[in-house]
Write a protein that binds this ligand. Structure first.
Ligand SMILES: [Ca+2]
Ligand SMILES: [Ca+2]
Ligand SMILES: [Ca+2]
Length: 238
């Protein structure tokens, strides 16, 4: 066992690095211990980062790209997980590039990482990997991608490699807060046209969309009736 470990540390995990190395709270990285320890964590001129939206709707499937770069390095690796603030699995990570990325779980946490092919051996200065994430269907609060990456020098050993970590947090889309200002026709002005709009609705002659309803329900009783009309008129006259 020890021999296997030493072998792996010596020659690295170009394929399927061990789980739990994203740098998330409670996890380590591949820059610690007998690993890629030539340089301190995040000490090089490169970086690792994610591009994608920072808000989600429940159950929404979203595509993200994780990038790593550093001048003059030419082999690459990463590991990523998605966690709630309680450090539980947050959403579902889907592997959409089985040639270059693989997925596995430890203690209920899913990890996405590069395959041997996905190290892009010989690609100078930087690479990217894509993945898909499905948001939780229930509100779990903010979800954070924790990820680490290896900007390696391709010498086949753990020396000379720069390890980076970062994180990326998504929050659930909030419905826009209601501003009951009487602007029923949504033209950012309050005048007799809004009264006409609301009267028409109260008389059953027209519909209001959610934003219109929100603005028109001045007394916020979830009903639009003559009381709201009186209040809108009062605001206009004042
Ligand atoms: Ca190396
Ligand atoms: Ca208006
Ligand atoms: Ca009302």
């Amino acid at each position: 066992m020890l021999i296997i470990y030493c072998f792996q540390f010596l020659y690295g995990y170009s394929n399927n690095p061990p789980n739990g190395r994203t740098g998330a709270p409670g996890q380590t990285t591949c820059a610690s211990g007998n690993c890629h320890n030539s340089y301190p964590l995040n000490s090089g001129s490169g970086e690792i980062f994610i591009e994608g939206p920072t808000t989600y709707n429940p159950g929404e499937i979203i595509n993200f790209t994780i990038y790593i770069n550093q001048n003059n390095q030419d082999r690459w690796g990463f590991e990523l997980c998605s966690l709630t603030d309680e450090m539980n699995q947050g959403g579902i990570i889907n592997n959409i590039d089985i040639e270059n990325t693989s997925i596995s779980s430890t203690s209920g946490i899913t990890y996405l990482k590069q395959t041997n092919s996905g190290t892009y051996n010989g690609y100078q200065n930087g690479v990217e990997w894509g993945f898909e994430w499905q948001a939780p269907t229930t509100n779990l609060g903010p979800i954070t991608f924790y990820f680490s990456g290896n900007a390696a020098n391709g010498n086949g050993t753990r020396t000379g490699d720069y390890i980076y970590i970062d994180s990326f947090t998504l929050i659930e889309n909030q419905n826009e807060t209601c501003d009951p200002n009487g602007d029923a026709n949504l033209d950012n002005d309050l005048n007799v046209l809004d009264v006409v709009t609301v009267v028409s609705y109260v008389l059953g002659n027209s519909e209001l969309n959610a934003d219109q309803f929100c603005n028109a329900d001045i007394n916020q009783d979830a009903t639009i009736d003559v009381l709201d009309i009186v209040m809108i008129v009062s605001i206009i006259l004042n």
